[in-house]
Design a protein around this ligand. Sequence first.
Ligand SMILES: NC(=O)c1ccc[n+]([C@@H]2O[C@H](COP(=O)([O-])OP(=O)(O)OC[C@H]3O[C@@H](n4cnc5c(N)ncnc54)[C@H](O)[C@@H]3O)[C@@H](O)[C@H]2O)c1
Length: 255
Amino acid sequence: MSELFKNKTVIISGGLGDIGKAIGLAFADQGAAVAIGDIRPAKESKSFLLELTRRKVGFHYEQVDVADAKEVRNWIANVERELGTPSLIIPNAATVTLASACEITSMQWAREMRINLDGAFHLAQTCANRLLHHSRAGRIVFVGSWAASTPHPNMAAYSVSKAGLRMLCQCMALELASQGILVNEVAPGYVDAGLSKTIWKKNMGLYVQSRKKVPLRKLISPEEVAAQVVHLCHPQNKHMTGTTLLMDGGLSLLC
Ligand SMILES: NC(=O)c1ccc[n+]([C@@H]2O[C@H](COP(=O)([O-])OP(=O)(O)OC[C@H]3O[C@@H](n4cnc5c(N)ncnc54)[C@H](O)[C@@H]3O)[C@@H](O)[C@H]2O)c1
């Protein structure tokens, strides 16, 4: 185990999802204490927390709905008490509703914005304010998507939420740069996990089609996404802020 992030705490929303877990383990492997929040009940976190225990790092799990600003604030206060102020902040929780812009209900639309965009904002804003309060540097890495800049049918709410996230990343990067808080985004294409896998499970034809469409002819693993998140948090990254690290196997070149 490397000690690159020893004495640092990473906080990850949607941390029981496929990409969230890979990010948690990647930071634990480098010595960070890991705080996970997810809407899933605590009993669903047990096997993952066992993996963190084996890595001998501090950890904290809390059931939290990121759409609720107060729940997010309480979660962060509890993490701060147990593991110290998180300086590596990873807004990752998201959901996707497959429905056309004409058919999606206003409730579905609002819920998706509240989770994907507002939820990421609640986590990033509260943690940034805690760092400012302690005059500490830090890193925020949003987990976005290539869908932020490439329109897809039946995914308007998701794409709009991720496009908003990209602008939030740039605005926060500009505002926080002078305080030593670097803000970036990782934007994956098709990851063979999580949200995409759930869609593909219902439609194997779409899975084969998606795979063939990627110019590099490969799907991304959650571990590869995690490696790029860690890369943006690396102490040697002193100058990248407000950027999007697009890792889509060349998909967006087709558009
Ligand atoms: N899988 C892909 O192909 C892909 C591609 C590009 C970007 N992404 C992004 O990666 C991130 C992780 O997605 P994933 O593919 O691992 O999906 P996932 O479904 O495995 O993980 C998402 C997690 O977020 C949690 N969550 C949902 N609503 C929540 C809420 N209100 N509060 C707290 N937690 C909540 C879920 O319980 C789940 O554990 C997302 O931001 C997603 O948009 C995924």
